[in-house]
Write a protein that binds this ligand. Structure first.
Ligand SMILES: Cc1cc2nc3c(=O)[nH]c(=O)nc-3n(C[C@H](O)[C@H](O)[C@H](O)COP(=O)(O)O)c2cc1C
Length: 481
Protein backbone atom coordinates (compact mmCIF):
# COMPACT_ATOMS: atom_id res chain seq x y z
CA UNK A 1 0.00 0.00 0.00
CA UNK A 2 1.37 3.41 -0.99
CA UNK A 3 1.74 5.94 1.83
CA UNK A 4 1.07 9.64 1.44
CA UNK A 5 4.11 11.18 -0.31
CA UNK A 6 5.08 13.89 -2.79
CA UNK A 7 6.06 12.68 -6.26
CA UNK A 8 8.26 15.73 -6.81
CA UNK A 9 9.57 18.96 -5.40
CA UNK A 10 6.65 20.91 -6.84
CA UNK A 11 3.86 18.99 -5.10
CA UNK A 12 5.85 19.47 -1.90
CA UNK A 13 6.18 23.23 -2.51
CA UNK A 14 2.40 23.46 -2.95
CA UNK A 15 1.84 21.63 0.35
CA UNK A 16 4.27 23.97 2.17
CA UNK A 17 2.48 27.00 0.75
CA UNK A 18 -0.89 25.68 1.99
CA UNK A 19 0.31 25.17 5.57
CA UNK A 20 2.14 28.52 5.72
CA UNK A 21 5.56 26.83 5.73
CA UNK A 22 6.79 28.68 2.63
CA UNK A 23 7.36 32.31 1.70
CA UNK A 24 7.22 33.33 -1.98
CA UNK A 25 10.15 35.71 -2.51
CA UNK A 26 9.21 37.70 -5.62
CA UNK A 27 12.03 40.26 -5.33
CA UNK A 28 15.16 39.38 -7.34
CA UNK A 29 17.96 37.94 -5.18
CA UNK A 30 21.65 37.59 -5.95
CA UNK A 31 23.10 34.04 -6.10
CA UNK A 32 26.31 35.61 -4.76
CA UNK A 33 25.78 35.51 -0.95
CA UNK A 34 22.36 37.23 -0.72
CA UNK A 35 20.39 34.04 -1.38
CA UNK A 36 22.61 32.08 1.03
CA UNK A 37 22.29 34.72 3.73
CA UNK A 38 18.49 34.59 3.52
CA UNK A 39 18.48 30.80 3.82
CA UNK A 40 20.87 30.93 6.79
CA UNK A 41 18.72 33.46 8.65
CA UNK A 42 15.64 31.35 7.96
CA UNK A 43 17.37 28.31 9.54
CA UNK A 44 18.43 30.29 12.58
CA UNK A 45 14.87 31.60 13.04
CA UNK A 46 13.36 28.14 12.32
CA UNK A 47 11.28 30.00 9.73
CA UNK A 48 9.38 28.97 6.58
CA UNK A 49 11.22 27.90 3.39
CA UNK A 50 11.99 30.81 1.05
CA UNK A 51 10.91 30.09 -2.54
CA UNK A 52 12.94 32.42 -4.77
CA UNK A 53 11.17 33.31 -8.01
CA UNK A 54 13.91 35.52 -9.53
CA UNK A 55 17.64 34.87 -9.34
CA UNK A 56 20.05 37.50 -10.66
CA UNK A 57 21.65 36.44 -14.00
CA UNK A 58 19.50 33.29 -14.20
CA UNK A 59 16.10 34.02 -15.78
CA UNK A 60 13.97 30.89 -15.96
CA UNK A 61 15.46 29.37 -12.80
CA UNK A 62 13.95 29.41 -9.32
CA UNK A 63 15.30 28.17 -5.99
CA UNK A 64 13.90 26.63 -2.81
CA UNK A 65 15.84 27.38 0.37
CA UNK A 66 15.94 25.29 3.57
CA UNK A 67 13.78 22.54 2.06
CA UNK A 68 13.21 20.41 5.22
CA UNK A 69 14.83 22.41 8.02
CA UNK A 70 12.04 22.12 10.63
CA UNK A 71 10.12 19.33 12.37
CA UNK A 72 6.96 20.80 10.82
CA UNK A 73 8.33 20.30 7.31
CA UNK A 74 9.50 16.77 8.12
CA UNK A 75 5.98 15.97 9.39
CA UNK A 76 4.56 17.30 6.09
CA UNK A 77 7.04 15.19 4.08
CA UNK A 78 5.76 12.11 5.95
CA UNK A 79 2.11 12.97 5.25
CA UNK A 80 1.38 14.08 8.85
CA UNK A 81 -0.17 17.25 10.23
CA UNK A 82 2.60 19.87 10.61
CA UNK A 83 2.23 20.33 14.36
CA UNK A 84 2.50 16.69 15.47
CA UNK A 85 5.09 15.80 18.14
CA UNK A 86 8.53 14.36 17.42
CA UNK A 87 7.24 11.11 18.96
CA UNK A 88 4.48 10.97 16.31
CA UNK A 89 7.06 11.49 13.55
CA UNK A 90 9.15 8.67 15.05
CA UNK A 91 6.09 6.37 15.05
CA UNK A 92 5.35 7.14 11.39
CA UNK A 93 8.98 6.44 10.49
CA UNK A 94 8.95 3.14 12.44
CA UNK A 95 5.77 2.12 10.59
CA UNK A 96 7.16 2.94 7.15
CA UNK A 97 10.60 1.42 7.73
CA UNK A 98 9.12 -1.84 8.98
CA UNK A 99 7.14 -2.29 5.73
CA UNK A 100 8.43 -4.06 2.59
CA UNK A 101 11.19 -2.54 0.47
CA UNK A 102 10.52 -1.95 -3.24
CA UNK A 103 12.95 -2.23 -6.13
CA UNK A 104 12.70 0.87 -8.35
CA UNK A 105 10.59 0.79 -11.50
CA UNK A 106 12.41 1.73 -14.70
CA UNK A 107 10.26 3.85 -16.99
CA UNK A 108 10.75 5.27 -20.49
CA UNK A 109 12.83 8.45 -20.29
CA UNK A 110 11.09 10.13 -23.25
CA UNK A 111 9.03 13.00 -21.90
CA UNK A 112 10.36 12.57 -18.35
CA UNK A 113 10.38 15.95 -16.57
CA UNK A 114 14.12 15.75 -15.80
CA UNK A 115 14.83 15.46 -19.55
CA UNK A 116 12.83 18.40 -20.89
CA UNK A 117 16.17 20.07 -21.69
CA UNK A 118 19.25 18.03 -22.67
CA UNK A 119 22.64 19.75 -22.84
CA UNK A 120 25.47 17.63 -24.23
CA UNK A 121 29.17 18.21 -24.80
CA UNK A 122 30.09 21.91 -25.04
CA UNK A 123 26.54 22.92 -24.11
CA UNK A 124 26.85 21.27 -20.70
CA UNK A 125 28.24 24.20 -18.73
CA UNK A 126 27.95 24.21 -14.93
CA UNK A 127 27.93 28.02 -14.86
CA UNK A 128 24.56 27.89 -16.67
CA UNK A 129 23.10 26.67 -13.34
CA UNK A 130 22.36 29.17 -10.53
CA UNK A 131 24.84 27.58 -8.10
CA UNK A 132 24.98 29.88 -5.07
CA UNK A 133 27.99 31.31 -3.30
CA UNK A 134 26.52 30.04 -0.05
CA UNK A 135 28.74 31.63 2.63
CA UNK A 136 31.32 34.38 2.47
CA UNK A 137 34.68 32.59 2.63
CA UNK A 138 33.56 29.45 0.76
CA UNK A 139 36.10 28.13 -1.73
CA UNK A 140 33.68 28.48 -4.64
CA UNK A 141 30.08 28.15 -5.82
CA UNK A 142 28.33 24.97 -4.66
CA UNK A 143 26.02 23.35 -7.19
CA UNK A 144 25.35 20.38 -4.90
CA UNK A 145 23.96 21.39 -1.52
CA UNK A 146 20.67 19.42 -1.59
CA UNK A 147 21.07 16.61 -4.10
CA UNK A 148 22.52 13.12 -4.27
CA UNK A 149 25.16 11.31 -6.30
CA UNK A 150 24.31 7.97 -7.94
CA UNK A 151 27.14 5.45 -8.34
CA UNK A 152 27.25 1.72 -8.93
CA UNK A 153 29.51 -1.04 -7.69
CA UNK A 154 29.66 -3.05 -10.92
CA UNK A 155 31.02 -6.14 -9.14
CA UNK A 156 28.05 -6.49 -6.79
CA UNK A 157 25.37 -4.47 -8.62
CA UNK A 158 24.90 -2.30 -5.49
CA UNK A 159 23.71 1.19 -6.49
CA UNK A 160 24.36 3.97 -4.00
CA UNK A 161 22.62 7.31 -3.59
CA UNK A 162 24.56 9.61 -1.25
CA UNK A 163 24.50 13.32 -0.48
CA UNK A 164 28.11 14.52 -0.93
CA UNK A 165 28.64 18.25 -1.48
CA UNK A 166 29.91 19.43 -4.89
CA UNK A 167 31.71 22.68 -5.72
CA UNK A 168 32.12 24.04 -9.25
CA UNK A 169 35.78 24.06 -10.33
CA UNK A 170 35.22 25.08 -13.97
CA UNK A 171 32.51 24.77 -16.65
CA UNK A 172 32.92 21.00 -16.82
CA UNK A 173 34.38 20.03 -13.46
CA UNK A 174 33.06 19.63 -9.92
CA UNK A 175 35.02 18.70 -6.81
CA UNK A 176 34.02 17.54 -3.35
CA UNK A 177 34.90 15.48 -0.27
CA UNK A 178 33.90 11.84 -0.44
CA UNK A 179 34.86 10.39 2.94
CA UNK A 180 36.56 6.98 2.80
CA UNK A 181 33.92 5.26 4.98
CA UNK A 182 31.00 6.52 2.88
CA UNK A 183 29.41 4.05 0.48
CA UNK A 184 30.55 5.99 -2.58
CA UNK A 185 34.03 6.29 -1.05
CA UNK A 186 34.19 2.51 -0.62
CA UNK A 187 33.10 1.94 -4.24
CA UNK A 188 35.31 4.54 -5.91
CA UNK A 189 38.49 4.31 -3.83
CA UNK A 190 38.46 0.47 -3.68
CA UNK A 191 36.93 -0.66 -6.96
CA UNK A 192 37.72 2.00 -9.58
CA UNK A 193 40.71 4.08 -8.51
CA UNK A 194 43.18 1.17 -8.01
CA UNK A 195 42.43 0.10 -11.62
CA UNK A 196 42.74 3.72 -12.79
CA UNK A 197 39.17 3.47 -14.13
CA UNK A 198 36.82 6.47 -14.28
CA UNK A 199 33.52 5.84 -12.47
CA UNK A 200 30.23 6.96 -14.05
CA UNK A 201 28.13 9.18 -11.76
CA UNK A 202 24.87 11.10 -11.91
CA UNK A 203 24.11 14.02 -9.59
CA UNK A 204 20.40 14.38 -8.91
CA UNK A 205 19.49 17.95 -7.91
CA UNK A 206 15.99 18.62 -6.55
CA UNK A 207 14.71 15.10 -6.01
CA UNK A 208 11.35 14.50 -4.30
CA UNK A 209 11.70 14.94 -0.51
CA UNK A 210 11.62 11.23 0.46
CA UNK A 211 14.36 10.35 -2.05
CA UNK A 212 16.50 13.16 -0.61
CA UNK A 213 15.86 11.77 2.88
CA UNK A 214 16.81 8.25 1.77
CA UNK A 215 20.09 9.50 0.28
CA UNK A 216 21.30 11.12 3.49
CA UNK A 217 20.19 8.33 5.85
CA UNK A 218 22.82 5.84 7.01
CA UNK A 219 20.80 2.88 5.72
CA UNK A 220 22.57 -0.31 4.61
CA UNK A 221 19.90 -0.74 1.88
CA UNK A 222 20.35 0.53 -1.69
CA UNK A 223 18.77 3.97 -1.22
CA UNK A 224 16.41 3.66 -4.22
CA UNK A 225 14.85 0.64 -2.49
CA UNK A 226 14.81 2.47 0.83
CA UNK A 227 13.02 5.43 -0.81
CA UNK A 228 10.49 2.88 -2.16
CA UNK A 229 10.03 1.53 1.36
CA UNK A 230 9.35 5.05 2.67
CA UNK A 231 6.84 5.65 -0.16
CA UNK A 232 5.19 2.25 0.08
CA UNK A 233 5.70 1.74 -3.66
CA UNK A 234 8.60 1.78 -6.18
CA UNK A 235 10.39 4.99 -7.10
CA UNK A 236 10.28 5.71 -10.85
CA UNK A 237 13.64 6.01 -12.56
CA UNK A 238 14.87 6.81 -16.07
CA UNK A 239 18.15 5.92 -17.74
CA UNK A 240 20.91 8.50 -17.99
CA UNK A 241 21.91 9.84 -21.42
CA UNK A 242 25.61 8.94 -21.23
CA UNK A 243 25.82 5.86 -18.98
CA UNK A 244 23.67 3.06 -17.60
CA UNK A 245 22.84 4.67 -14.28
CA UNK A 246 19.21 5.51 -13.45
CA UNK A 247 17.83 8.70 -11.89
CA UNK A 248 14.40 9.82 -10.58
CA UNK A 249 12.25 10.90 -13.54
CA UNK A 250 10.73 13.82 -11.61
CA UNK A 251 13.95 15.44 -10.40
CA UNK A 252 14.75 19.04 -11.35
CA UNK A 253 18.31 18.80 -12.72
CA UNK A 254 20.65 15.87 -13.51
CA UNK A 255 24.42 16.21 -14.04
CA UNK A 256 26.06 13.17 -15.65
CA UNK A 257 29.72 12.36 -16.03
CA UNK A 258 32.68 10.46 -14.60
CA UNK A 259 34.61 10.57 -11.33
CA UNK A 260 38.25 10.83 -12.36
CA UNK A 261 40.72 8.38 -10.77
CA UNK A 262 44.00 9.48 -9.23
CA UNK A 263 43.39 13.18 -9.81
CA UNK A 264 42.55 15.60 -7.00
CA UNK A 265 41.66 19.29 -7.16
CA UNK A 266 41.35 21.98 -4.52
CA UNK A 267 38.00 22.21 -2.74
CA UNK A 268 36.62 24.17 0.23
CA UNK A 269 36.64 25.85 2.66
CA UNK A 270 32.91 25.53 3.23
CA UNK A 271 30.55 26.33 6.11
CA UNK A 272 29.88 22.88 7.56
CA UNK A 273 27.20 21.00 9.49
CA UNK A 274 29.05 21.46 12.79
CA UNK A 275 28.40 25.20 12.60
CA UNK A 276 32.08 25.88 11.87
CA UNK A 277 34.40 25.99 8.91
CA UNK A 278 36.79 23.20 9.85
CA UNK A 279 38.30 21.58 6.77
CA UNK A 280 40.75 23.80 4.93
CA UNK A 281 41.15 24.03 1.18
CA UNK A 282 42.57 20.68 0.15
CA UNK A 283 42.79 18.22 -2.74
CA UNK A 284 39.50 16.35 -3.13
CA UNK A 285 37.59 14.01 -5.47
CA UNK A 286 37.00 15.22 -9.04
CA UNK A 287 33.82 14.84 -11.14
CA UNK A 288 34.06 15.51 -14.90
CA UNK A 289 30.76 16.54 -16.51
CA UNK A 290 29.51 15.12 -19.84
CA UNK A 291 25.86 16.12 -19.91
CA UNK A 292 23.22 18.13 -18.03
CA UNK A 293 19.51 17.39 -18.31
CA UNK A 294 16.76 19.36 -16.59
CA UNK A 295 13.23 20.67 -16.52
CA UNK A 296 12.37 23.74 -18.63
CA UNK A 297 11.90 25.86 -15.51
CA UNK A 298 14.14 24.16 -12.94
CA UNK A 299 13.96 24.81 -9.20
CA UNK A 300 17.34 24.63 -7.49
CA UNK A 301 17.15 23.49 -3.85
CA UNK A 302 19.64 25.21 -1.54
CA UNK A 303 20.66 23.98 1.88
CA UNK A 304 22.82 26.32 3.94
CA UNK A 305 24.89 24.47 6.50
CA UNK A 306 25.99 26.30 9.62
CA UNK A 307 24.97 26.58 13.25
CA UNK A 308 21.94 24.29 13.86
CA UNK A 309 19.21 23.81 12.82
CA UNK A 310 19.31 23.25 9.06
CA UNK A 311 17.97 20.21 7.22
CA UNK A 312 21.31 18.42 7.29
CA UNK A 313 21.34 18.44 11.09
CA UNK A 314 17.62 17.78 11.51
CA UNK A 315 17.39 14.88 9.09
CA UNK A 316 20.78 13.36 9.79
CA UNK A 317 20.02 13.44 13.55
CA UNK A 318 16.64 11.87 12.96
CA UNK A 319 17.73 9.15 10.53
CA UNK A 320 20.92 8.34 12.48
CA UNK A 321 18.89 7.87 15.67
CA UNK A 322 16.30 5.72 13.89
CA UNK A 323 18.99 3.60 12.27
CA UNK A 324 20.77 3.09 15.60
CA UNK A 325 17.47 2.13 17.25
CA UNK A 326 16.92 -0.51 14.56
CA UNK A 327 20.43 -1.85 15.09
CA UNK A 328 19.94 -2.17 18.87
CA UNK A 329 16.49 -3.74 18.51
CA UNK A 330 17.77 -6.18 15.87
CA UNK A 331 20.05 -7.58 18.59
CA UNK A 332 17.24 -7.80 21.13
CA UNK A 333 18.48 -5.07 23.47
CA UNK A 334 15.79 -3.72 25.82
CA UNK A 335 15.70 -0.29 24.21
CA UNK A 336 12.87 2.16 24.87
CA UNK A 337 14.01 4.59 22.15
CA UNK A 338 16.94 6.47 20.62
CA UNK A 339 17.05 10.21 19.99
CA UNK A 340 19.40 12.97 18.86
CA UNK A 341 18.65 16.65 19.24
CA UNK A 342 19.31 18.36 15.90
CA UNK A 343 20.83 21.15 18.02
CA UNK A 344 23.60 18.68 18.95
CA UNK A 345 24.48 18.71 15.23
CA UNK A 346 24.24 14.90 15.48
CA UNK A 347 27.21 14.64 17.83
CA UNK A 348 25.20 13.50 20.88
CA UNK A 349 22.90 10.48 20.91
CA UNK A 350 20.57 9.45 23.73
CA UNK A 351 19.67 5.78 24.22
CA UNK A 352 16.75 4.91 26.50
CA UNK A 353 16.99 1.40 28.03
CA UNK A 354 15.25 -0.80 30.57
CA UNK A 355 18.26 -1.56 32.78
CA UNK A 356 17.48 -5.24 33.31
CA UNK A 357 21.08 -6.37 33.77
CA UNK A 358 24.37 -4.80 34.82
CA UNK A 359 26.54 -2.77 32.47
CA UNK A 360 23.89 -2.46 29.79
CA UNK A 361 25.06 1.10 29.03
CA UNK A 362 28.51 -0.18 28.15
CA UNK A 363 27.01 -2.86 25.92
CA UNK A 364 24.57 -0.71 23.91
CA UNK A 365 26.97 2.23 23.74
CA UNK A 366 29.84 0.15 22.37
CA UNK A 367 27.58 -1.46 19.77
CA UNK A 368 26.81 2.00 18.40
CA UNK A 369 30.49 2.93 18.48
CA UNK A 370 31.18 -0.08 16.24
CA UNK A 371 28.41 0.75 13.79
CA UNK A 372 28.81 2.18 10.29
CA UNK A 373 27.39 5.52 11.44
CA UNK A 374 29.73 5.88 14.45
CA UNK A 375 32.01 8.40 12.76
CA UNK A 376 29.26 11.00 12.96
CA UNK A 377 28.77 11.15 16.76
CA UNK A 378 31.04 11.00 19.78
CA UNK A 379 28.87 11.40 22.89
CA UNK A 380 26.45 8.63 23.88
CA UNK A 381 24.15 9.20 26.85
CA UNK A 382 22.41 6.09 28.17
CA UNK A 383 19.35 6.76 30.36
CA UNK A 384 16.81 4.48 32.02
CA UNK A 385 13.09 4.27 31.34
CA UNK A 386 12.27 6.93 33.96
CA UNK A 387 13.79 9.53 31.62
CA UNK A 388 11.90 10.97 28.66
CA UNK A 389 14.51 10.82 25.88
CA UNK A 390 12.78 13.63 23.92
CA UNK A 391 12.88 16.03 26.88
CA UNK A 392 16.06 18.08 27.20
CA UNK A 393 15.07 18.93 30.79
CA UNK A 394 14.78 15.25 31.67
CA UNK A 395 18.05 14.20 30.01
CA UNK A 396 20.03 17.05 31.61
CA UNK A 397 18.51 16.07 34.95
CA UNK A 398 19.55 12.43 34.41
CA UNK A 399 23.12 13.42 33.49
CA UNK A 400 23.43 15.70 36.49
CA UNK A 401 21.97 13.23 39.00
CA UNK A 402 22.56 9.67 37.78
CA UNK A 403 25.85 9.83 35.91
CA UNK A 404 28.83 9.10 38.17
CA UNK A 405 31.89 10.92 36.77
CA UNK A 406 34.15 7.92 37.46
CA UNK A 407 31.98 4.78 37.43
CA UNK A 408 29.67 6.09 34.70
CA UNK A 409 32.31 7.26 32.24
CA UNK A 410 33.37 4.93 29.47
CA UNK A 411 36.03 6.55 27.33
CA UNK A 412 37.23 5.26 23.99
CA UNK A 413 40.47 7.10 23.34
CA UNK A 414 40.39 6.62 19.58
CA UNK A 415 37.45 5.88 17.35
CA UNK A 416 36.61 6.65 13.72
CA UNK A 417 36.13 10.40 13.32
CA UNK A 418 35.75 12.87 10.50
CA UNK A 419 38.01 15.75 9.46
CA UNK A 420 35.19 18.09 10.47
CA UNK A 421 35.15 17.78 14.29
CA UNK A 422 35.84 21.31 15.56
CA UNK A 423 37.13 20.12 18.98
CA UNK A 424 39.58 17.58 17.53
CA UNK A 425 43.30 18.35 17.40
CA UNK A 426 44.65 19.10 13.92
CA UNK A 427 46.35 15.63 13.89
CA UNK A 428 43.10 13.92 14.89
CA UNK A 429 41.29 15.68 12.08
CA UNK A 430 43.89 14.66 9.52
CA UNK A 431 44.01 11.04 10.68
CA UNK A 432 40.21 10.96 11.14
CA UNK A 433 40.59 9.44 14.61
CA UNK A 434 38.55 10.85 17.44
CA UNK A 435 37.87 10.14 21.13
CA UNK A 436 34.38 8.89 22.04
CA UNK A 437 32.46 8.99 25.30
CA UNK A 438 29.63 6.92 26.82
CA UNK A 439 27.85 8.41 29.84
CA UNK A 440 26.02 5.78 31.87
CA UNK A 441 23.06 7.53 33.51
CA UNK A 442 21.54 4.43 35.11
CA UNK A 443 21.80 3.43 38.77
CA UNK A 444 23.75 0.20 39.41
CA UNK A 445 21.39 -2.76 39.73
CA UNK A 446 23.20 -4.18 42.74
CA UNK A 447 22.51 -1.20 45.01
CA UNK A 448 20.28 -2.19 47.95
CA UNK A 449 16.68 -1.30 47.14
CA UNK A 450 16.31 0.71 50.35
CA UNK A 451 19.21 2.96 49.30
CA UNK A 452 17.98 3.66 45.77
CA UNK A 453 17.33 7.40 45.32
CA UNK A 454 13.65 7.94 44.61
CA UNK A 455 12.74 10.35 41.84
CA UNK A 456 10.49 13.13 43.08
CA UNK A 457 8.12 14.22 40.36
CA UNK A 458 4.38 14.34 39.81
CA UNK A 459 4.31 10.88 38.19
CA UNK A 460 6.43 9.03 40.76
CA UNK A 461 5.61 10.32 44.24
CA UNK A 462 1.81 10.57 44.21
CA UNK A 463 -0.69 7.70 44.29
CA UNK A 464 -2.50 7.14 40.99
CA UNK A 465 -5.86 8.29 42.37
CA UNK A 466 -4.39 11.63 43.51
CA UNK A 467 -2.75 12.15 40.11
CA UNK A 468 -6.04 11.43 38.34
CA UNK A 469 -8.01 13.72 40.65
CA UNK A 470 -5.55 16.61 40.16
CA UNK A 471 -5.52 16.17 36.38
CA UNK A 472 -9.31 15.97 36.20
CA UNK A 473 -9.73 19.15 38.29
CA UNK A 474 -6.86 21.11 36.77
CA UNK A 475 -8.94 23.68 34.92
CA UNK A 476 -11.39 23.96 37.84
CA UNK A 477 -8.49 24.97 40.08
CA UNK A 478 -8.11 27.94 37.73
CA UNK A 479 -5.15 26.87 35.55
CA UNK A 480 -5.43 27.51 31.79
CA UNK A 481 -3.16 24.63 30.77
C1 LIG B 1 23.65 18.51 3.06
C2 LIG B 1 24.59 17.35 3.30
C3 LIG B 1 25.88 17.38 2.77
C4 LIG B 1 26.75 16.30 2.97
N1 LIG B 1 27.99 16.33 2.41
C5 LIG B 1 28.81 15.25 2.54
C6 LIG B 1 30.08 15.24 1.88
O1 LIG B 1 30.46 16.20 1.23
N2 LIG B 1 30.86 14.13 2.01
C7 LIG B 1 30.44 13.03 2.74
O2 LIG B 1 31.19 12.03 2.78
N3 LIG B 1 29.25 13.02 3.39
C8 LIG B 1 28.43 14.10 3.29
N4 LIG B 1 27.21 14.12 3.93
C9 LIG B 1 26.81 12.96 4.73
C10 LIG B 1 26.27 11.85 3.84
O3 LIG B 1 25.21 12.32 3.05
C11 LIG B 1 25.76 10.72 4.69
O4 LIG B 1 26.83 10.11 5.35
C12 LIG B 1 24.95 9.70 3.92
O5 LIG B 1 24.50 8.74 4.83
C13 LIG B 1 25.76 9.07 2.81
O6 LIG B 1 25.52 7.75 2.92
P1 LIG B 1 26.44 6.57 2.48
O7 LIG B 1 27.77 7.05 2.15
O8 LIG B 1 26.40 5.71 3.69
O9 LIG B 1 25.69 6.03 1.32
C14 LIG B 1 26.33 15.19 3.75
C15 LIG B 1 25.04 15.18 4.30
C16 LIG B 1 24.19 16.25 4.08
C17 LIG B 1 22.81 16.20 4.68
Amino acid sequence: MAYKYFADNREYIEALRKTGDLVDVEQEVDWDLELGAIVRRVCEKKGPSPYFHKIKDYPGFQALGAPIATWRRLAIVLGLEPDVSVGDIVEEWRKRTSGPTHKPEIIDGKGAPCKEVILMGDEADLFELPAPMVHDGDGGRYVGTWHFVVAEDKETGFVNWGMYRQMIHDEKTMVGPVLPFSDMGKIFYNKYEPKNKPMPFATVIGPDPLSALASLAPTPLPEAEFAGQLMGEPTRLVKCETCDLYVPANAEIIIEGEVIPNVRLDEAPFGEYTGYRTSPRDKRTVYRVKCITMRKDPIMPVSNMGVPVDEGQLLRSFTLAMDMEQLLRSQGHPVTGVYMWPESTHHLIVIGVKPVYSNIAQQVGSLLLGSKAAAWFHIIVVVDDQTDIYSLDDVIHAICTKWHPVRGTILMKEGVGTPLYPFANPEERISQRCPKLILDCTFPLDWPKALLPIKVDFKTVYPKEIQEKVLANWKDYGFAD
